[in-house]
Design a protein around this ligand. Structure first.
Ligand code: HEC
Length: 144
């Protein structure tokens, strides 16, 4: 029995290590984005909005949670709690000014000095997934 428990604990330790080591290894911005099924969400057209149309929408938050975990967590941390390699998204301001900063980064990513710090997601995941992720992040908002 002691042995069994030890083995499970060891397995868990490795799983945790893999999760923690993941971001450093992959933080090059060239990881394949994971498609997000947003067909359940109301259509919002092609033009990029400046404010989150899905704020507080329970289904959007659900979709956004999984989209975040698949596409953003490796750099920004699980539950939006940053491990330090990218900004902690819990501190993103709520409301219109936070929305516009959020969508700017989501669409265009961030590169400087020829290095990609964050890849752009606007084209690959689309607007609906972007706002669904933002709806999830709003639920994690924490005052600095
Ligand atoms: C490859 C790592 C990486 C991935 C993946 C990534 N980001 Fe980022 N993100 C960064 C880094 C690094 C910065 C800081 C960029 C800078 O300051 O120039 C950043 C900045 C941001 C900012 C601005 C934060 C602030 O406080 O200014 C937002 C918003 C953001 N990311 C959202 C997302 C979302 C949403 C996703 C998933 C769809 C995502 N990021 C995926 C690395 C990443």
């Amino acid at each position: 029995m002691r042995n069994m428990t030890g083995r499970i604990a060891l397995g868990a330790a490795f799983a945790t290590l893999a999760m923690v080591a993941g971001p450093q290894i992959m933080a090059h911005g060239d990881v394949t984005p994971q498609a997000v099924d947003t067909s359940d969400l109301p259509d919002i057209g092609e033009d990029w909005l400046e404010e989150n149309p899905y704020s507080g929408n329970a289904r959007a938050i659900e979709i956004g949670t999984s989209a975040y975990n698949q596409n953003c967590a490796r750099c920004h941390g699980l539950e939006a709690i940053s491990g330090g390699i990218a900004p902690d998204l819990r501190y993103l301001e709520l409301g219109p000014s936070g929305d516009s900063w959020y969508v700017e980064r989501y669409r265009n990513g961030s590169s400087h000095d020829g290095k990609v710090y964050m890849p752009p997601f606007g084209e690959v995941l689309g607007q609906k997934a972007g706002w669904a992720i933002r709806a999830f992040l709003e639920t994690k908002y924490t005052e600095e």
